[in-house]
Ligand binder design. Structure first.
Ligand code: AHR
Length: 318
C-alpha cells in the first residue's frame, strides 16, 4: 500500500487538473432573474407561470418569482425589491399598461435590463426596457370579429366580457374587435362589462347581464376562456344552451377552452400562447451577454372551431 501511494503521488496534480477540466459548468455563475407575475387569475396565467418556472429550472437560472395577486402596486414593489437584490435581469408581465416609468427608470439607473413580457406598457421613453415579447392582442380581437362576422352572416347582438380594466389585452381585444365588426351594421356590442379575466367573475357578470337583457342577445364575446367558462355556467343555469342558443367566442385556447369547443359549448376560440419561458430566457441570456435582441417579438396564434378543435386536443400543451 505504501509503495502504491508513493508511486501515485506525482500523478495527483494531473488528476486534479483533469477533474477541473471536465467539471460541468457548475462553477459558472447562475443568472439571477426576477419575474414580476400578474397573479393567478386564469388557466392561461397558470400555464405561463409553469413555463417560466420549469424553463428556469432547466437552464439553472436562479429565479426570484413574485405573484402580484392582481395588484399593480404589489408588482411595482416586487420590481423595486429585485433591483435591491441586484438581479441580472427583470421580467415583467404588467397587470396594467400605465404607472411604470418611475420604477423602470430606477432599474435603468441600476443598469438592470428589463424584459416586458406578455402585455405592453405605455412609456414616453422606449429605452426604459430592453425588449418586448408577447402576443398580438389586436390581431386576436380582429380574428374573433372576422370569424364571428362570417359565422353569423354579419348579424347579432353581442354581450362582451372584458378582461382586467386598463390591461393591454383588454384594451386591444376590445378596440380591434369593435373595429372588426364596424363594417357590419347589424352586428353590435349591446353591453360590455369587466370580469377581470376570472372564471367566477365571468359567471357573476353573465348572471347580471342575463337579468338585465333577458333573452335579448345572441352572442357572448369573452376576452378569455376562463370568463367564457364561467359565463357558460350562468347560461346553463338560465336554461339556455351555450353554443346553440348563445354563440360564444373567446380567446386563449387553454385545454378547457378547446374542449368546450369540441363539446359544442364554445363556438370559437382564438389562441394566445402563454409558453414564454424559452423565448424570455433566450432574450435574457443575449442581453446579459451584450448581444442584440429584436425590439419586439410576437407569437403567431391560431384559431379553433368545430372544424379543428377535437383533432387539436391531444397535442395541446396547455
Ligand atoms: O395577458 C394575457 C391574458 O391574461 C390572457 O388572455 C388571460 O387569460 C390572462 O389572464
Amino acid at each position: 500500500m505504501k509503495l502504491l501511494t508513493s508511486l501515485c503521488r506525482p500523478l495527483w496534480p494531473c488528476v486534479v487538473l483533469a477533474l477541473l477540466a471536465f467539471a460541468p459548468a457548475a462553477s459558472a455563475k447562475a443568472l439571477k432573474v426576477g419575474f414580476a407575475q400578474t397573479g393567478a387569475e386564469s388557466g392561461w396565467r397558470t400555464a405561463n407561470t409553469d413555463s417560466m418556472k420549469s424553463e428556469a429550472v432547466a437552464r439553472g437560472i436562479d429565479l426570484k418569482f413574485a405573484d402580484a395577486q392582481g395588484k399593480p402596486e404589489n408588482q411595482i414593489r416586487a420590481v423595486r425589491s429585485f433591483i435591491a437584490q441586484g438581479v441580472d435581469a427583470i421580467i415583467i408581465a404588467p397587470i396594467v399598461t400605465t404607472g411604470w416609468e418611475p420604477v423602470l427608470r430606477e432599474a435603468k439607473q441600476a443598469k438592470i435590463p428589463v424584459i416586458v413580457m406578455d402585455r405592453a406598457v405605455q412609456v414616453s421613453d422606449e429605452s426604459l426596457y430592453a425588449c418586448f415579447i408577447g402576443s398580438d392582442f389586436a390581431e386576436e380581437g380582429r380574428m374573433a370579429a372576422d370569424w364571428l362576422a362570417k359565422y353569423t352572416g354579419g348579424k347579432g347582438r353581442i354581450l362582451e366580457l372584458q378582461g382586467t380594466t386598463g390591461s393591454d389585452p383588454a384594451n386591444e381585444r376590445r378596440r380591434a374587435f369593435a373595429e372588426g365588426i364596424a363594417k357590419y351594421p347589424d352586428l353590435k356590442v349591446i353591453d360590455s362589462q369587466s370580469g377581470d379575466f376570472q372564471r367566477q367573475q365571468g359567471k357573476e357578470v353573465m348572471e347580471a347581464l342575463l337579468k338585465k337583457h333577458g333573452r335579448d342577445f345572441d352572442i357572448v364575446y369573452s376576452h378569455n376562456d376562463d370568463m367564457a367558462l364561467g359565463a357558460i355556467q350562468a347560461i346553463e343555469a338560465a336554461g339556455l344552451k351555450p353554443g346553440k342558443d348563445v354563440i360564444i367566442v373567446s380567446i386563449d385556447a387553454i385545454k378547457e377552452g378547446v374542449t368546450a369547443v369540441a363539446d359544442g359549448k364554445i363556438n370559437c376560440v382564438v389562441e394566445c400562447n402563454p409558453l414564454f419561458g424559452p423565448k424570455a430566457y433566450d432574450a435574457v441570456a443575449k442581453i446579459v451577454a451584450g448581444q442584440p435582441v429584436p425590439r419586439k417579438q410576437y407569437n403567431k396564434d391560431g384559431l379553433f372551431d368545430a372544424t379543428n378543435a377535437a383533432a387539436a386536443l391531444p397535442t395541446r400543451q396547455y
